[in-house]
Each structure stands twice: as structure tokens, then as C-alpha cells.
Write a protein that binds this ligand. Structure first.
Ligand code: G3H
Ligand code: ZN
Length: 324
């Protein structure tokens, strides 16, 4: 079932209280949307879908009209999610930088989304606070919840690129949350956007606890967000959740799942669409039973669905939907 900000807030409050994590999955295509919503539903988990600025531009096609792209993605998700009554699925705008303010306004006012991330982390703290506060005021008026960020997460996430990482300072996190009233806070603790292995990064999971403790001590407890979570080990995610993380962002893993599954299909079925070297091209008939896109796209869909089920089991959101 599609859920708006009020219910999504409940999802995160429950997750924080019971210390489990909600997977936030970046999507663009219907194939991914189906796989991921079905994955959440298969284990009675709530979940979040996320669309980046690049995703909505892609979805809009040649017009690149972000509003149209967002309508398209939002409608697909809302329509598809209605089928599943024991799994709440929201839609989030991921990493919207201040130059996309008007886009945020459009999505919020037209009820396309349940939550939004305003990412002004490249700005000075004071400016980050000013812009984030403006988004919070607007979004809360429409029942949409807001995520903000301080620090730099290394790597590439669509249009967000950073060659360096800057770990979040707890005292700045406190000031940011107090002054902006964001609902969710993204901390930079050493994860990377993109293809990275949990073992090869310098993670500071204690920093999550430090931030969480400080916010609680000052009466402004929030759900914390972990970006760049593809490739993390199960244990790293479990510790992050125990330390205060409620939202775990995944993108790269699904892209890799899809590419790997489809590459394997075509390696095996190459001659269904390519004439074998030992055959006369005039005698060759491609195999429609294999090149029908539903046949090979489905391979990607199957793997993504399995991945999301595994994720929900690791983060313990499985069988914990607020709709149960
Ligand atoms: O905002 C989205 C994410 O932080 C995804 O990161 O591509 O490393 O999974 P990832
Ligand atoms: Zn991110």
C-alpha cells in the first residue's frame, strides 16, 4: 500500500524504537519498481522508494521535464503498491540540491511524495540550515517528512559527486537538527556512494552512536540515515541500526544485480539474437522466445527481488510492517 508522510513518520518511529532498519531503494524503471515492491511485500516489510534528480530526468524522456518524470514514477509506484496490504511503501526525493527547490515544491504540493531529502551539504553550515529549514516549513505544511545532511559522502550518486569524504561532527549535527527541525538526519560516517566493498572503507559506526546519544540527550531524537550502503556487510548494517540508523539507502546493488543477471542470460543465449559464426546468415532465424524483453528483463527483476528480501531480513524490517 502506498503511504504518505504521516504513515511514513510512524514507520520510522517504530523502527527507531524497536531498532530495525528500513531499506530505501533508488528506482527508475518499472522493472525495478516491481521487483522491489514485491520484495518488500514478500516479507511484510515497509520500505521506501527513492528517485534522484537524474532518475526523474531519465523517466521524462527527451523533454527532461523533472516534474513529468516524477509524476510518471510516482504514479507507477502508487498504482503498483496498492496491491499489497501488508507492506507500506513511500516515495522519497533523494539528494535534491538547493537548485532543485522548485522541483521539491512541485512534488510536495502535488502529493507525489511521502518524504524529501534536501541535500545542501556542499554549502556552509549556516546556508545549509537556512535552505533545509525552508524545505521543512514547506514540506511539513503538506505532511511530507524531510531528511537533511551535513558532511560529504565520497563517490558518485547520479548528479552528486564527491572526491573526498567529510565525517559529520556531532555538535554540528545537533545544531542542524535543532535549528531545522528535520525528521531524518543523514550522517557521513565513511560509507561511499557507488561500488565499494564493506571491508575496504574506513567506517566510523561509533560516530552514529555519538550523534544519536547527543540528539537524545538534548531532547531532539531523530532517525539517522546511512547513505552509500551497497556493499556493506550484514554486520556493519546491524551495528549501524543498533547505533541509531533507521533508513538505509541502496542503489548500486540493484544496478549490479540487473547487469549481472542480464549479462549471464545473454552470454548463454547469445545466438538467440546473433547469427552463429558457422551459420549462413540467410538461414538464421532469431529466437523470439528469448529476445522478447520480458524474458531477459525478468532475470534482473528476479535477482533484485531476492536481494531486497535478503536486505529486509538483515535489517529486521521483515514482518514488522506498521500495517500488520
Ligand atoms: O542516496 C542513495 C544512496 O546513498 C545509495 O548509495 O549506491 O552506494 O547504494 P549506493
Ligand atoms: Zn546517497
Amino acid at each position: 500500500m502506498f503511504i504518505y508522510g504521516d504513515k511514513l513518520k510512524e514507520v520510522f518511529l517504530k523502527a527507531k524504537k524497536q531498532r530495525y532498519g528500513i531499506i530505501a531503494s533508488n528506482v527508475v524503471f518499472d522493472t525495478q519498481i516491481r521487483a522491489i515492491i514485491q520484495g518488500y511485500a514478500a516479507v511484510n516489510s515497509d520500505g521506501l522508494m527513492q528517485m534522484s534528480s537524474g532518475a526523474v530526468k531519465y523517466a521524462a524522456g527527451s523533454s527532461q521535464d523533472m516534474n513529468a518524470g516524477a509524476e510518471f514514477i510516482s504514479n507507477m509506484i502508487k498504482t503498483y503498491a496498492t496491491q499489497f496490504k501488508k507492506s507500506g511503501v513511500g516515495l522519497h526525493i533523494d539528494h535534491a540540491t538547493p537548485n532543485y527547490f522548485d522541483f521539491i515544491v512541485y512534488c510536495v504540493e502535488n502529493k507525489l511524495v511521502s518524504s524529501v531529502m534536501i541535500d545542501a551539504s556542499k554549502e556552509e553550515l549556516a546556508e545549509n540550515i537556512r535552505v533545509t529549514k525552508e524545505v521543512v516549513t514547506l514540506a511539513h505544511k503538506h505532511g511530507v517528512i524531510v531528511e537533511g545532511e551535513i558532511g560529504h559522502i565520497k563517490g558518485t550518486e547520479d548528479e552528486i559527486v564527491s572526491d573526498t569524504e567529510l565525517y559529520t561532527r556531532p555538535e554540528e549535527a545537533l545544531e542542524f537538527v535543532q535549528k531545522t527541525n528535520v525528521d531524518l538526519f543523514a550522517a557521513s560516517v565513511g560509507t561511499n556512494h557507488g561500488v565499494s566493498k564493506g571491508a575496504n572503507i574506513v567506517l566510523n559506526l561509533d560516530l552514529i552512536k555519538e550523534i544519536d546519544d547527543l540528539l537524545i540527550k538534548h531532547g531532539v531524537e531523530r532517525g539517522l540515515v546511512l547513505h552509500g550502503a551497497s556493499g556493506l556487510t550484514d554486520q556493519q548494517q546491524i551495528i549501524a541500526i543498533r547505533n541509531g540508523v533507521v533508513k538505509i539507502n541502496k542503489d548500486t546493488q540493484y544496478q549490479m544485480d540487473m547487469a549481472t543477471a542480464i549479462q549471464a542470460f545473454w552470454e548463454k543465449e547469445k545466438y538467440s539474437i546473433v547469427c552463429p559464426p558457422d551459420m549462413n546468415p540467410e538461414d538464421y532465424i532469431p529466437n523470439k522466445g528469448k529476445f522478447d524483453p520480458r524474458k531477459w528483463l525478468f532475470k534482473g527483476e528476479e535477482v533484485m527481488q531476492k536481494t531486497i528480501v535478503d536486505f529486509c531480513n538483515v535489517t529486521c524490517s521483515a514482518n514488522n510492517s506498521i500495517l500488520l
